[in-house]
Structures are given as structure tokens and as C-alpha cells.
Design a protein around this ligand. Structure first.
Ligand code: ZN
Length: 174
């Protein structure tokens, strides 16, 4: 239950019970619709830019947004945010990049939104402190629910469960 380590023991116990009863996948599928269709880096860039313009209009522009298949989906590394500063002429220029783990290509839109909101919030707040999560919740009021459910899904995958939103698992093709 490494993805749920930060949650209360009683809650983890409930999750263990759901897994033991084989009900976790159905619970997640019942709570969310189909996978989103943002599959390319270009589409991801547009999606992230729209959210950034809505909430962080005055922040510096993003130089790169991409899915990254090499990102290990471990705690706090669902995405990355980097700022590379370098001197250009007489000015210091910083480049902001956001990378999102490829896993997010095949999930409900709510979870993609959650990770994008997370990485955008880091433009303003570096640490995972109270101010950080307040900003996340401002951008997405259901942020905490989405993060918890995503962690349930990671726990499901970690236990050898199927990718519930993978294209090959899409219903209605027969
Ligand atoms: Zn973070």
C-alpha cells in the first residue's frame, strides 16, 4: 500500500478489504467515465496551457509540456516540473517544463486534470505544504478526491490488476 502510506490506517484498512473482496476495480470504474482522448504532447500542451491561462495567467509561459514514458510512477513523481535558468544576453531567462507520466494517457480526464493542476501549482509553491494544496484545491475543488482515487488505481495496478482505461480494454468494440 505504498501509494496510500500518507492516509489514515483506518482508511487503508477499508481499501485492503475492498481488494480482498475484489471490488476495487468496479468501484473505480463506477466512479469515472471513459478515458480522455488527450494522447499527444501537442494536445497535452494545449490542455495545460488552457488551465494555466485560467488560473496562473501571469506566470511565465511554459516552454515544454510532454508525456514521459521514463517517469517512474512513485510517490510524488507522477509528474515533474523543472525550471532551467540560463543567461541569455544580459538577461536571466527561465524555461519551465512540465512532464506527465505516460500512465496518464489512459485514465479518466479527472486524473489528468489532477496531475496537471499539481504541476502547475508548483510554479507558485515549491513545497507540498498547506499553501500548495490550497492552490491545488482552488484550481480543482475535487483535487483531494481525485488524488486519492488515482492512488487507489495505482494500488490496483501494483497488485497486478488490469489497466482499466487502456485502449485495448475499451468496451463497445465488438
Ligand atoms: Zn509535487
Amino acid at each position: 500500500m505504498k501509494y496510500l502510506a500518507a492516509y489514515p490506517a483506518a482508511l487503508r484498512g477499508q481499501v485492503e478489504q475492498l481488494i480482498a473482496q475484489g471490488r476495487l476495480a468496479d468501484l473505480l470504474r463506477g466512479r469515472y467515465g471513459d478515458a480522455h482522448d488527450i494522447r499527444t504532447d501537442r494536445a497535452l500542451y494545449d490542455y495545460v496551457s488552457a488551465l494555466k491561462n485560467e488560473f496562473l495567467r501571469n506566470a511565465e509561459p511554459l516552454s515544454k509540456v510532454a508525456f514521459d514514458s521514463k517517469l517512474h510512477v512513485i510517490r510524488n513523481a507522477l509528474g515533474t516540473h523543472t525550471t532551467v535558468s540560463r543567461v541569455q544576453g544580459s538577461r536571466l531567462k527561465s524555461k519551465r517544463e512540465i512532464r506527465v507520466a505516460s500512465l496518464f494517457k489512459e485514465v479518466p480526464l479527472e486524473w489528468l486534470r489532477m496531475i496537471v493542476v499539481h504541476e502547475l501549482a508548483h510554479i507558485r509553491v515549491r513545497e507540498h505544504d498547506k499553501a500548495f494544496y490550497q492552490l491545488c484545491a482552488h484550481m480543482e475543488p475535487a483535487y483531494h478526491q481525485f488524488e486519492f482515487d488515482l492512488r487507489l488505481y495505482l494500488t490496483h495496478l501494483d497488485g497486478g490488476g488490469d489497466r482499466l482505461w487502456a485502449a485495448s480494454a475499451a468496451p463497445g468494440l465488438l
